[in-house]
Design a protein around this ligand. Structure first.
Ligand code: FES
Length: 158
C-alpha cells in the first residue's frame, strides 16, 4: 500500500488517537480493506499500541482485514432464495469469476460472498453488486451483470 497516501490521509485527520476511526474509514474506503502493514504504520504515526488499532479494526463489521475487491458481489443463500435457485447463482458467479465464496479475484476487482437473507425474499434469487440489487435472477444473466462492473472473462485471466 502507498505509504505516502496513507500519510496524506492521516494528515487530513491529525494524529490524535481520537481520529483513529476516521482514518481507518478513509483507508478502507480507498483500498476496500486494511492490510496489517498499514495498521502498523497508523499505530506508529498515532503513537498508540498496535493492539488498540486491531481492536477497532476487528470490532466494526465495515472494516475488513482480508483483501477485498473493488466490487463486492453478494449472493443470497437464505431459505427463500435457496429454493428459488440461489445455489445456481452462486455456482455461476464462482465459475465466472474463477473464485469460491469468500475469495477475491487476483486482480482485486471482485470479492464474492454469500449472505443468509437480504430482506427482500420475494425477489429471490437475489444477487447484490455493491449496493445494486438484482432480483428474480436467472443464472444466465449473472455474467452479463458482472460485465457491467468491469468483468472481462475468467477471473484467472482478469
Ligand atoms: S432469503 Fe434471500 S432475500 Fe431473504
Amino acid at each position: 500500500m502507498d505509504e505516502e497516501r496513507i500519510d496524506e490521509i492521516i494528515g487530513n485527520h491529525g494524529t490524535d488517537k481520537s481520529k483513529l476511526i476516521g482514518i481507518l474509514q478513509d483507508v478502507q474506503a480507498e483500498y476496500n480493506w486494511l492490510p496489517q502493514d498499514t495498521l502498523r504504520h497508523i499505530a506508529k504515526r498515532l503513537r498508540i499500541p498496535l493492539v488498540d488499532v486491531f481492536e477497532i479494526a476487528t470490532f466494526y463489521k465495515s472494516f475488513s482485514l482480508k483483501p477485498r475487491g473493488k466490487h463486492l458481489v453478494r449472493v443470497c443463500l437464505g431459505t427463500a432464495c435457496h429454493v428459488r435457485g440461489g445455489p445456481r447463482i452462486m455456482e455461476t458467479a464462482e465459475r465466472s469469476l474463477g473464485i469460491k465464496a469468500d475469495e477475491t479475484t487476483s486482480d482485486y476487482k471482485f470479492t464474492l460472498e454469500s449472505v443468509n437473507c437480504l430482506g427482500c425474499c420475494a425477489l429471490g434469487p437475489v444477487m447484490v453488486v455493491d449496493n445494486e440489487y438484482h432480483g428474480k435472477l436467472p443464472p444466465t444473466k449473472v455474467e452479463k451483470i458482472l460485465r457491467t462492473y468491469g468483468y472481462t472473462g475468467s477471473g484467472k485471466d482478469g
